[in-house]
Design a protein around this ligand. Sequence first.
Ligand code: C2E
Ligand code: MG
Ligand code: MG
Length: 632
Amino acid sequence: MWNYDHIFHSLLILVLFLCFYMNLPRISLKINKTFVNLIIVCCGVIISDILSSYADNNNMDFSIASLYLVNGLFFVLYFLRGYLFFDFSVCAINQDGKIVKTGKWLSRIPFLICCGFVVTAPLNHLFFYIDEMGYHRGSFYSLTFIEMFVYIALSYIVCLAHNSSISRNRDLNSIYWYNFILFLGSVFRVLFPYYLLMDTFCIMAIIVIYLSFENPDFYLEGHTWIFNSKALRSYLRENYSKRNFKVLTFIIHNYREIKELYGAPQMDEGIRLIGDFLRNAYGNQTVFYCRSGRFVILGDAAFDCAAAYEYISDRFTRPWIAENTELYLDIGAAQLKFGGMPIPFEEAMNVLMTSFEVADNAVGKDIVVVDDELMKKFCEQTDIKRNLEYAIEHNNVEIFLQPIISCESGKLVGAEALSRIRNKEGKIIPPNLFIPIAEKNGRINELGEQVFAKVCRFIRDNDIEKLGLSWINVNLSPIQLMNNNLVDLLGEYISKYDINPEVIHLEITEEAMVDEHLWESQIEIITGKNFKFVLDDYGKGYSNMSRLKKCPFVNVKLDMSIVWDYCKYNDELLPDMVSSFRKMGFEITAEGIENQEMADKMKDIGVNYLQGYYYSKPLQCEEFISFCKSNL
Ligand code: C2E
Ligand code: MG
Ligand code: MG
């Protein structure tokens, strides 16, 4: 009575699918394991379906007990399949690890109840029963549809409940789709019970799952057989709570330059060769490639990172021979252990990524050990980065003003605007911590724009002349100067706040002058718009006086390091420098004045302006206004 001809095809398709899938490298994740279990159980359902249908069609040839057994096996696997589809939906929704693991046992209850009916069927005949006439449905047979409908409904409910935590819309769409296919299959099963079409619908659902979630390519880097950073992230997130693994990260030094030198195809081939070498040495599961010449090896507790690095760096002493090219590559490495300091997963990922930078900058061949102290430092940096992003996004960058005093009159003549951001507790983060980060990630342009806008607003809102100020200095990073639109941007704020550009002095450092061509053209355009330039931090690091001759600075600021040096040792260098600058027509400001004696010494050598804690630390705008008023 059962028509099971076409389910042989379904079985064949599933077995081929399974073989193909198992043949590719797979990362050991719960979602992948659930997928494999699902295919195996689907095969089991088909095989037991064929067996039970055959036995039921030929019931005279079988004992009642064996008919119960074979039908019971089919129904248990059938119910398990329904549960596994739901379990897969949960894994797919939970790829970001955001769903708290509650209700796992609760969600198994429908499956367990159904199994209870199957197992007790010989006693109570409720679900099905067998007599001399063969197989019969019991009064609770409709459980076969109900269980599937319940799990489909649960999948939709979990999807809707965690809608916002699913990162890719496509994922959500796919989950809806394969559950809809299963729903159609179940409806068909209700309408045409003798056709055994449910398996075909299950295969369609599995194909949708494969295309959306399970294509092993999703976890592999390019055309290589090495796992990518998505795989690393997923694997670490799933296993992070155990924290019993060691991590070795290494990076190819000067990857970008080398890639340009050898060419992209050769480099890609080189990466493939390195990947093969690592996979052979450390197994499939543990090697990851995170682009830009960055590799990660995850080892168990017994993994010896230092020995592994020695082995790997020894291989790197020989060339990687790829497509008629010999690639000579050099690496730096770091080792991490997540067992010690308890940090959240996202922080751990940041630490891991920062370890590449540290490995890249490390001097010598030694492996960098990322211990708790270094990890803490990385986490602090991440925190600063976060606060910086927040301040920029919410227009929360603050300006503090530090007075600049004229040596001649002893009065306040100007101020320097210095930026500040705050952490969540409202504590100030100093610029030497966040400016380098902003310069690195490009946010300095937006930060500088906010500072400039706020200085313009301060000038518009306060009659600065009445406060005794002739100008306010604003710091410009060399990166801002590289922006061709800088002058338009500055001009926009000048017109918006309707102020005179001459009252804003732009402080730049010598680093901005490294690219002479760019610098000369920029300075010409900007001075053309009536802005004035000040040279900041003169004497800090490498300084070149002759380069300054042709620059239109109105002021040169002596870095506090040379001011302090002079005040301690009284050499002749600084007075000579000051007189040379004066001859060149520059006025001079000395930074870092902390007491009267320092101020006197600077006046004696011919400095024009003084700035330092002796007069005042940088102040919030209201405090600064009070300071000005009390100094009038
Ligand atoms: P800078 O431009 O050389 O600013 C002077 C720094 O010296 C300020 O540090 C100031 O607080 C500090 N200072 C002033 N007088 C004394 C003193 O008597 N003793 C000591 N020990 N320090 C003194 P701050 O505000 O921490 O700024 C550090 C640096 O961060 C600045 O050095 C500047 O290069 C950079 N910066 C600050 N704000 C901005 C900004 O808005 N844009 C850019 N691009 N850089 C900024
Ligand atoms: Mg400055
Ligand atoms: Mg300075």
